[in-house]
Ligand binder design. Structure first.
Ligand SMILES: C[S@@+](CC[C@H](N)C(=O)[O-])C[C@H]1O[C@@H](n2cnc3c(N)ncnc32)[C@H](O)[C@@H]1O
Length: 326
């Protein structure tokens, strides 16, 4: 952190914002002048959405956003998802849920998908979700717990009964997960003798991250909910450096999740906004994955600085400290 301050004051201010939601907007206002989180930026984005062919197509196909096409293109090219064995997929920043819909379609009904988003959102059918911040260590624990214990949480876990952490569209149909061998082992005893071991394991086959900081909530506080996740996910500020720095932090968070939770051999897709730190992220990803690709899907707008890094075949021994000390 100290290093960041010396090198670039703006960066540390932006970083600080991740840990204390409201401060970032004030702080960045001071540093750069008004950051465009205002209603005209939002209505420009909404207008562009209305006139966009991918947006219209998404509507026709019942997809929750045009982002679905980007993941389809990525999977067509790199074959992330597999149907022949049960797959566990984590979708970081899943709201409103288009990527989860694509993952669900491509892994079939043998797999499990958990979406994590800081915004409240009802996940698509067949997908489970938690509202949580991926920058929190507790979220990692919840993810692990979910994939190891899964639906039993509904019956036995105080965590769920007291706080309702997990929303699971499959709550009424647990039988389809019991078929998978590794889950049968966990559930074979009432006392879950294997659970401790399972919790140390890396349960995931694929981690997707399309995260970017949402627009701040401006209305809807009265009902203790949010205004629609769809509108709030429209989120670039228009300031290239800010978009880049924010996205780099979220990419780091997703990469840490990949190191901790992804099986050896697993795959990783992460969105970023390009800038001077791309190469550092790429270098780190190469320490975690055997192959790393940069990819810009055709459905990603030309004028957007958005890009996707795809990591394939996670290495078996990854030292997190070494990765992040480079
Ligand atoms: C561009 S949207 C994702 C769109 C999604 N992939 C889809 O296909 O519908 C980015 C999402 O990242 C979420 N996000 C940003 N920061 C996050 C964080 N720290 N933890 C969890 N989710 C986060 C935002 O709330 C937002 O919903």
């Amino acid at each position: 952190m100290g290093f960041s301050i010396i090198r670039d004051g703006a960066r540390i201010l932006a970083r600080f914002g991740f840990f204390s939601g409201h401060h970032v907007h004030h702080t960045l206002f001071l540093k750069f002048g008004p950051v465009r989180f205002n209603s005209s930026a939002k209505s420009r984005w909404l207008d562009r959405q209305k006139n966009d062919a991918f947006t219209r197509e998404a509507k026709v196909l019942g997809l929750r956003s045009r982002a679905a096409f980007k993941l389809m293109e990525i999977d067509d090219k790199f074959r992330i998802f597999k149907k022949d064995s049960p797959q566990c997929v984590l979708d970081l920043g899943y709201a409103p849920g288009a990527w989860s819909q694509v993952a669900q379609d491509r892994i079939g009904h043998n797999g499990m998908i958990l979406g994590v988003d800081i915004l409240p959102c009802t996940p698509p059918r067949g997908v489970s979700a938690i509202q949580a911040n991926i920058l929190s260590k507790k979220t990692h624990e919840l993810i692990r717990l979910f994939f190891c214990k899964h639906f039993e949480l509904y019956r036995h876990d105080r965590l769920h009964s007291e706080t309702g952490y997990f929303h699971d569209a499959n709550e009424n149909d647990p039988s389809r997960f019991q078929q998978a061998q590794e889950y049968r082992e966990i559930f074979s005893s009432d006392e879950y003798p294997n659970l401790k071991v399972a919790l140390r394991n890396q349960p995931l086959d694929t981690i997707l991250s399309d995260m970017y900081e949402p627009w701040p909530q401006t209305t809807g506080f009265w009902n203790n909910l949010t205004n629609s996740a769809y509108s709030r996910m429209a989120n670039t500020s228009g300031l290239a450096i800010r978009d880049h720095v924010m996205s780099m932090d979220l990419c780091d968070a997703a990469l840490i999740a990949a190191i901790d939770l992804l099986k050896p051999g697993g795959s990783f897709v992460s969105k970023l906004y390009t800038g001077e730190e791309d190469e550092l992220l790429e270098k780190r990803m190469k320490m975690v994955f055997s192959t790393v690709h940069r990819y810009k899907p055709q459905s990603s707008r030309n004028e957007s600085k958005e890009l996707y890094f795809v990591g394939l075949k996670k290495r078996s021994q990854v030292d997190k400290l070494r990765v992040f000390s480079c």
